[in-house]
Design a protein around this ligand. Sequence first.
Ligand SMILES: C[S@@+](CC[C@H](N)C(=O)[O-])C[C@H]1O[C@@H](n2cnc3c(N)ncnc32)[C@H](O)[C@@H]1O
Length: 196
Amino acid sequence: MYIRYKNTVIKTAPSVYEPSEDSFLLAEAALAEIKGRERILEVGCGSGIISAVIKASTKAIVAGIDINPHAAACTRLNGVEAIIGDLLSCIKGKFDLIIFNPPYLPTLEGTKKDWIDVALDGGHDGREIIFRFLEEAGSRLAENGWILMVVSSLTGIEEVKSKMESMGYCVEGKGQERFMFEQLAVLSGTKMGRKV
Ligand SMILES: C[S@@+](CC[C@H](N)C(=O)[O-])C[C@H]1O[C@@H](n2cnc3c(N)ncnc32)[C@H](O)[C@@H]1O
């Protein structure tokens, strides 16, 4: 299946998260903030929609990583370099911006998972993958580097903000939208002493 978003036509694929409101909100926030040739990594790139739109609309250099091999392949089909990996564990370089639309839904443990569950399942409180990501991202940021991430009221936006602050991130809201049963917010974070 194909979807058109802004100036880009995106191929989607079975077993890969279908771009949704959270994808579009994060893409909008990223496009509003990218100024030049930033080195950008998209963690959990899925179909690659966000990275593909960034690539088509800015001068930034963007690449993706996803734990789902079908997602990494789909992102490459959409014209963006992508590798398979668990969060940032196999990433060696440093980035000006790391973006993530994470799995953030609170989910029962012990249920059998397919790749779509992996895209949605944030563990018992919805914050397990987010907190792991925050731990790993700090060391992969270049000087003045920052992160941009979507969170949901179902995950606990204030809880994520507090965790980021306790880890030394300076946090700002970069957009929000209310949907029928949840509020989505985009949070940016930079390590204290670095520019947001
Ligand atoms: C909500 S989807 C977002 C997909 C895409 N970025 C978008 O906005 O449409 C979350 C993505 O994170 C990936 N993911 C989940 N756990 C991951 C992990 N530990 N490491 C890397 N990617 C992961 C999923 O496979 C999925 O593609």
